[in-house]
Ligand binder design. Structure first.
Ligand code: ATP
Ligand code: MG
Length: 474
């Protein structure tokens, strides 16, 4: 028998002593289990989320623990799951009674009965998530590791405690969790597991879109999201979850003209941008910036491969994709759409940076001009160092020009210096088409640089425009 290992350092927070004492009084054995133990052993910093499993009622334990805590925090009870939560400023505790689970084919919600700690560890998804620390007085801090999870932590391996096919088929969300943990922790998924995921990929269809999106967010938030995206592709999960991306795979060759593989290019762009920003939605934008390329791809004997209008179509596809995955259909989606729509604009103007092109870019990108530039810089994936240097320098010039033009012309969050009301007032108009025509003409003139972005010039210009339309000043 292996000598017991102790890990009392993980239990320094006074809450653990309290739980230990309360459990002892109730005559119930309790353990810290799962992510908290794993992250402590990995030195990932103290996690806020603590999962407690008890051989008995988790709800009863939670109530008694809350009574002993300063201010007696509220206990949230989820009767259906037999779990209870206590939130304080510094931690979130989740209590659950140890249980045994059995699954049915059509659902990831198991039939549940009370069980021992071992039963509970058996139902855990990965060996590294089944590690438990004893809170019993006589064995306080002892590590209970029935599946050699500690070895897997050391060797950086994701492995299931039970037979992988059964584990993934029972709860297909675990396939995404495996890939997510592998990406977050930089662990390798053990090969039997990876094969089982590939065999069971189709079962991901029974998982709710919200759960899937949560895991995608976590993969995208990792340091190197391409590791996870590559695994999703390899296991055929990506084809089911994000077919817009797998459609970008492949290179075609006609008359010796090839285009790049836009799928692998996209993965590089996502990794690039992840080095410079933690903004999840900007990372989403990087992931989706080329999705319009599959449906717009054409070969033209004169121009070679073209993807005309892919940015516009791509931004429309973002809406459908967000809707399907139950991602938020709010300003965040609009931001992603905007990034996709404008993703080629800085590239187009980089070769000849005119003031008016920069003004238009600032006008269209508004507050998100910096993010757009970050996306475009990440979009450079050429392997030719000279080209890479040149492209980056061009964008540097665009960035400088943006600052210069913005300081002078104040186009960001552009408010027309002459309002619709003023136009109506000046010409004695009721709401009508002419007002829009004049407003647009003023905006165009400012962006083109024909007039300055100030009241005096815009007012004069309005009078001229009105005259051309046959309007008379009141
Ligand atoms: P993180 O909080 O970083 O996502 P975690 O491991 O704490 O990681 P949770 O979702 O908080 O993950 O779950 C807590 C624990 O519950 C896990 O460590 C694991 O033991 C168990 N668990 C969670 N989801 C599943 C699942 N789908 N199948 C089996 N066990 C699971
Ligand atoms: Mg957790």
């Amino acid at each position: 028998m292996q000598e017991a290992q102790f890990c009392t350092k993980a239990l320094e927070h006074p809450i653990f002593k309290t739980i230990s004492e309360v459990s002892n009084n109730l005559g119930m054995d309790s353990y810290v289990i799962g992510g908290y133990v794993r992250d402590h052993l990995l030195n990932r910093g103290e996690s806020k989320d603590i999962d407690i499993v008890t051989v008995g009622s988790g709800i009863q334990l939670a109530k008694e623990v809350a009574n002993r805590l300063p201010g007696q925090p509220k206990v949230s009870i989820f009767k259906n799951y037999g779990t209870a939560m206590i939130s304080t400023d510094s931690i979130e505790l989740e209590f659950v009674g140890a249980r045994k689970e059995s699954y049915r084919m059509e659902s990831r919600n198991p039939a549940v009965e009370n069980g021992t700690l071992e039963d509970d560890q058996n139902r855990r998804d990965f060996t590294i998530n089944a590690l438990a620390l004893s809170l019993q007085k006589e064995s306080y801090g002892a590590l209970l590791d029935p599946f050699k999870g500690l070895d897997d932590l050391k060797n950086k391996i994701i492995r299931t405690p039970m037979e992988p096919d059964l584990t993934y088929s029972d709860d297909p969300l675990r396939m995404l969790r495996a890939i997510r943990f592998s990406t977050q922790l930089n662990f390798k998924i053990e090969s039997d597991s990876l094969d089982a995921i590939t065999r069971n990929a189709d079962r991901i269809k029974i998982i709710s879109k919200e759960r899937i999106s949560d895991e995608l967010h976590k993969i995208l938030a990792a340091n190197k999201p391409s590791s996870g995206l590559t695994l999703l592709e390899k296991t055929n999960l990506l084809e089911i979850i994000l077919p817009e991306l797998t459609s970008l795979k492949g290179v075609e060759d006609i008359e010796g003209q090839r285009h790049k593989d836009n799928f692998w290019h996209t993965l590089e762009v996502v990794d690039n941008i992840s080095k410079t920003t933690d903004d999840l939605w900007l990372r989403w934008a990087a992931l989706l910036h080329d999705i319009g390329k599959a449906p717009t791809k054409k070969f033209d004997t004169n121009q070679g491969w073209t993807f005309h209008g892919h940015e516009f179509l791509g931004s429309k596809m973002v809406y459908r994709l967000f809707k399907r995955l139950k991602l938020p259909l709010n300003d965040r989606m609009k931001f992603v759409q905007k990034m996709v729509l404008l993703s080629s604009r800085p590239i187009v103007i980089a070769t000849e940076v005119t003031d008016s092109a920069v003004r238009r870019l600032i006008f269209d990108a508004g507050d998100h001009i910096d993010e757009l530039m970050t996306l475009c810089e990440a979009d450079i994936t050429t392997k030719n160092p000279n080209k890479q240097k040149k492209y980056l320098e061009n964008f540097k010039i665009v960035r400088e020009k943006i600052i210069e033009v913005e300081e002078r012309d104040h186009i960001r969050n552009f408010q027309p210096p002459v309002t619709g009301e003023m136009i109506m007032e000046t010409f004695g108009l009721k709401p009508s088409r002419e007002i829009g025509v004049i407003k647009d003409a003023i905006k165009e003139a400012i962006l083109e640089g024909t007039i300055k972005n100030d009241f005096k010039e815009a007012y004069q210009f309005m009078l001229q425009q009105g005259e051309q339309l046959g309007l008379k000043k009141k």
